[in-house]
Design a protein around this ligand. Structure first.
Ligand SMILES: C[S@@+](CC[C@H](N)C(=O)[O-])C[C@H]1O[C@@H](n2cnc3c(N)ncnc32)[C@H](O)[C@@H]1O
Length: 286
């Protein structure tokens, strides 16, 4: 069922002036709703939370996001608004279950189409490395929906890796998904060089810095890199072009033979800001 726009739900609860200031979208992760609010509407937080809980019976807790996603672990600050006082929940996506603590690790339900898109590209027997795996979403969906040999699933946040291990067990993919705590570069340099058919880089802020490492991790005959970045611009071709330019320069410097397959906008992240995904076919390294 399509979720009602927040403004429609609140039409008889706020003044027209207040309504105009309400952000229309909010995330529901398991039984927790996460809202963003302008400061001038802070006093109305409970009214807004109540309206969400009235219209969505599965929502048991409403949290307010009070900082952008930040720091190395990509975590956002959350404040409790209404309902059960908790930040942990279980989220279902494409037949997989993910336990997540929203206060201590990154999680976004807005990437679900991207996760299944990548999973469907994975061929039988492939070795996959997920360099920035969080609670294991991409890795587990790949293991459930395709037939990889192994998915090495790396994250630097100890709490995220703790939940990733639980999620691997819940989804019964222990034979395939290998959780690894650490910095992706160090982990790859220590033992995963020249090992993978496919690399995932779902950390748009830093993927360019780690691109050399992703190339290092591919088998000598090459493979695929799924690369993400944030780009500014009004038109689709412009933002995808910007991402391709930066990647091309870096890969040419690394003396890598490559071509772009699909390039797409995954989602809008702010006014004229977009998350871009590039599927890069790396052919034999020169
Ligand atoms: C944007 S989140 C993506 C998480 C996951 N792939 C998802 O879609 O839910 C990026 C993740 O990269 C992790 N991270 C940041 N720097 C890292 C590094 N140098 N090595 C490994 N993981 C890192 C963060 O802890 C965070 O969980």
């Amino acid at each position: 069922m399509k979720r009602k726009r927040l403004r429609d739900v609140l039409a008889d609860k706020l003044t027209p002036e207040e309504l105009r200031k309400v952000y229309n979208s909010y995330d529901v992760i398991g039984d927790i709703a996460v809202i963003r609010l302008r400061d001038e509407l802070a006093e109305k937080a409970k009214i807004i939370a109540n309206a969400i809980m009235e219209t969505q019976s599965r929502v048991k807790t409403v949290l307010r996001q009070v900082s952008p996603v930040s720091d190395v672990y990509r975590v956002r600050k959350l404040e409790w608004v209404l309902g059960e006082r908790k930040t942990e929940t279980e989220y279902k996506e494409f037949g997989c279950v993910f336990k997540v603590d929203l206060a201590n690790m990154y999680f976004s339900p807005r990437l679900s189409n991207e996760r299944i898109r990548i999973a469907r590209k994975v061929g039988e027997g492939e070795v996959v490395i997920n360099m920035f795996a969080g609670v294991g979403t991409y890795s587990i969906i790949i293991a459930k929906h395709s037939k990889p040999k192994k998915v090495y699933s790396i994250d630097i946040n100890p709490e995220a890796v703790k939940y990733m291990k639980e999620n691997i067990a819940i989804n019964k993919v222990q034979e395939v998904v290998i959780p690894i705590l650490g910095d992706a570069r160090e982990v790859i340099e220590r033992g995963l060089k020249r090992s993978a058919d496919r690399i995932l880089m779902p950390l748009p802020e830093r993927a360019l810095d780690y691109l050399d490492c992703a190339v290092e991790a591919l088998k000598p005959e090459g493979g695929w890199i799924h690369y993400y970045s944030f780009e500014h611009g009004k038109k689709r071709d412009e933002v995808i072009g910007k991402s391709k330019e930066k990647v091309s320069e870096k890969l040419r410097n690394l003396k890598v033979c490559f071509e772009f397959d699909e390039g797409r906008i995954v989602r809008e992240t702010g006014p004229n800001w977009h998350q871009v995904a590039l599927d890069i076919k790396v052919k034999k390294k020169r």
